[in-house]
Every structure is written in C-alpha cells, then in structure tokens.
Design a protein around this ligand. Structure first.
Ligand code: GRF
Length: 190
C-alpha cells in the first residue's frame, strides 16, 4: 500500500514508519513525506532516507485552509497515495481533506484517547495523578483527535515524572505503536 506521511516538525514517528516500511514483509511503502513547514527537520531526515519530500507551506495560502489542503491533495494524487498517516502534523484539517480521505487517514496522538484530546497531554495526565499514560493511533474524522481508535499503547507514569520525561517515554512507545498499527491497517485493506 502506497502511503504518505504528513509532518510539521522532527518527524521521529515518520522515521520509525520509514524504517518499518523497509522490512521484507512490510505491507506499506512511503511514497512521499509532506510538511506544511518548509524548515521541518523531518524533511531532511526523509530525504536522507531516499524518500521523496515536498513542503507545502500553509503560509502561502493565507487563511484559505481548504486551498492549502487542495495543494497537499494534489501531491498525494501525483504520488499515487492510498493511505495518509499524520505524524506530528500540527494543522487542523477541514472537512474537505478529511472527507477526501475518509477511512484512509490515520493520526497518532500522545494520550490514551478518549482521555486528553488536544495539546499538553502529558502535563494534564500528571496533573490528574494518572498512573498510566500512552498513545493512540486513530482514524481521522471531522473532530479533533476523536476518530475510531485503531490501537493504543500504555506506559507507566513514574513518581518523579515531568511532562518532558513522560513525553519521552510516550514518544518511544509511539515509535512501536505507529508501525504496528499502520501495518495492521494496510493488511486489512485488501
Ligand atoms: C510528539 O509530541 C508526538 O507525541 C506527537 O507529535 C509530536 C512530534 O512527533 N505525535 P514527531 O517526532 O514529529 O513524530
């Protein structure tokens, strides 16, 4: 299955997905990496891994979110993409792109959804005194971080955790979860 990965930053999840795509039995390949930020360091990582990259700078489209999404969709079409994986992609999507990729767009979120949709998930889990945290791969629908859950991985919250130490533990779990969840999803498509 030809996939695209959308990023806005470091792309550590992207890197994990690219690595997983190179396994002999991998059911997906990464056809293109797209970032809304031309300076996203993940673009350099992807290029170094010989994956086609494209920056579609949202600032060029002013307030017209849908026009930006149409430009992204054109790149997806050009590369014959079948499944889209959001990975640290920090733009809210309009119903236009969500509708175009309904049931074929995945996202990873750093909490055990439905707990803590949105930002600052680790600080919120610590403030609540949760004993575990984690990450979720879900299908993207019109809401924010609320589509059908495909898979999750929990991690323990430790007594002296800060948002940073917890974020790192969750991020490591993300790098296991996303490849597993995307592979299972792609195997289920045939
Ligand atoms: C991280 O906070 C991760 O939890 C979330 O997006 C952020 C950046 O991830 N999924 P990445 O390193 O760009 O994949």
């Amino acid at each position: 299955v030809r996939t695209a990965i959308l990023i806005s930053g470091a792309g550590s999840n992207m890197a994990a997905l690219i690595e997983a795509s190179r396994a002999a039995d991998a059911p997906f390949e990464v056809a293109v990496v797209i970032s809304n930020k031309p300076d996203a360091s993940g673009l350099t990582v992807a290029a170094a891994l010989d994956v086609p990259v494209m920056a579609v700078d949202h600032r060029l489209f002013g307030k017209d979110r849908e026009a930006h999404e149409r430009a992204i969709d054109a790149v997806l079409m050009d590369h014959g993409v079948e499944v889209v994986a959001l990975a640290g992609y920090m733009r809210l999507l309009t119903p236009w792109l969500v509708g175009r990729w309904n049931g074929l767009m995945l996202n990873i979120h750093p909490s055990l959804l439905p707990k803590y949709p949105g930002l600052d998930t680790h600080a919120r889990a610590l403030a609540a005194g949760d004993e575990e945290a984690g990450c979720t791969v879900h299908l993207v629908d019109e809401g924010v971080d609320e589509g059908p859950v495909l898979d999750q991985e929990a991690v323990p919250v430790l007594p002296f955790d800060t948002p940073e130490t917890l974020a790192q533990r969750v991020l490591t779990a993300e790098h296991r979860l996303y490849p597993r969840a995307l592979a299972a999803f792609c195997r289920g498509l045939h």
